[in-house]
Design a protein around this ligand. Structure first.
Ligand SMILES: CC(C)(COP(=O)(O)OP(=O)(O)OC[C@H]1O[C@@H](n2cnc3c(N)ncnc32)[C@H](O)[C@@H]1OP(=O)(O)O)[C@@H](O)C(=O)NCCC(=O)NCCS
Length: 170
């Protein structure tokens, strides 16, 4: 499945196409995608602060995942036993709707895990709306397990308004 898909590390020149993909296929009732936040994330990829993995079909970007080495995104929630420099956070993940459900999202997470491992990251966090079933399925398939479930009314506007926080460690 998804065998004609190539996975590669993003470069700054990819960020305009990534931005368009995210704004077209990312929004749903479960996702928090403020324009300013998306812009900042793309700038982080362009500057190298964040690393991104692309899924390409032919020459078209059909999915990506953005990963931050050296970041604990929810320090108030995560009582990490590890220092921030060995922790990483995976931000936005999106797959073009024509390509969803083929294992591309979970493969992107696995590729992001490998890139973070190269940066000596030992523990990775990721989050989504508790009720985002596709996202939860993708995260489960990539080996993330629940670390916390918390009320998040400033970022979640539908359903339970809770954020599911997952963790992966080798
Ligand atoms: C979330 C997203 C990236 C998943 O990408 P994907 O390529 O479809 O993910 P995968 O195919 O690797 O895995 C999805 C898993 O969830 C399951 N799943 C998908 N939709 C589901 C649903 N509505 N209910 C229950 N399970 C679902 C799939 O069956 C699959 O698991 P399985 O292979 O064990 O059956 C994609 O749906 C997307 O871009 N959504 C919009 C943006 C978004 O919500 N991003 C995540 C925010 S954190």
């Amino acid at each position: 499945m998804g065998s004609d898909i190539k996975y590669l590390k993003a470069e700054a020149s990819h960020t305009p196409e990534m931005h368009s993909l995210l704004m077209e296929h990312g929004p749903n009732e479960w996702n928090y995608l403020p324009e300013e936040g998306v812009k900042a994330e793309m700038e982080d990829v362009a500057s190298g602060r964040a690393i991104a993995v692309l899924a390409k079909a032919e020459e078209k970007i059909v999915g990506f995942a953005v990963a931050y080495p050296g970041l604990i995104r929810f320090p108030a929630i995560v009582e990490s036993r590890k220092d921030a420099e060995v922790c990483g956070y995976i931000g936005d993940v999106v797959v073009h709707s024509d390509f969803a459900g083929k294992g591309i999202g979970s493969k992107l997470l696995n590729e992001a895990k490998s890139l973070l491992r190269e940066e000596n990251i030992q523990e990775i966090h990721i989050d989504c709306h508790e009720e985002n079933a596709a996202s939860r399925g993708m995260m489960r398939k990539a080996g993330f397990r629940q670390l916390a479930l918390f009320d998040d009314p400033d970022r979640r506007f539908a359903g339970s308004r809770k954020t599911w926080l997952g963790r992966y460690t080798d």
